[in-house]
Write a new protein. Structure first.
Length: 89
């Protein structure tokens, strides 16, 4: 449920930035939503990874490394897709 709250905060940030043409000083409030949402999701992801490892601490470094690698690859693929679909003019 906490992960879902983090997602809702990031979605609120996204819609706020999308719908507001003249952000001005409101960008500070929007950035707070993004920061709190991102921190919540990060902490929950690390907590789920720790739960996945459990008592098997001898494989903990591999699991954290694999999760980090998967995160980096997924972010790279997302950036490539965005750049392909919306190239700079």
């Amino acid at each position: 449920m906490t992960y879902f709250v983090g997602l809702l905060l990031i979605m609120a940030f996204s819609y706020w930035v999308l719908l507001d043409d003249q952000m001005g000083d409101q960008i500070y409030g929007a950035s707070v939503l993004l920061g709190v949402g991102s921190a919540t999701i990060l902490v929950m992801s690390l907590s789920m990874t720790a739960d996945l490892i459990g008592d098997q601490t001898q494989s903990g470094a591999f699991v954290y490394g694999a999760m980090s690698f998967t995160d980096k690859v997924a972010n790279g693929v997302a950036v490539m897709m965005i750049q392909t679909l919306h190239p700079c003019q």
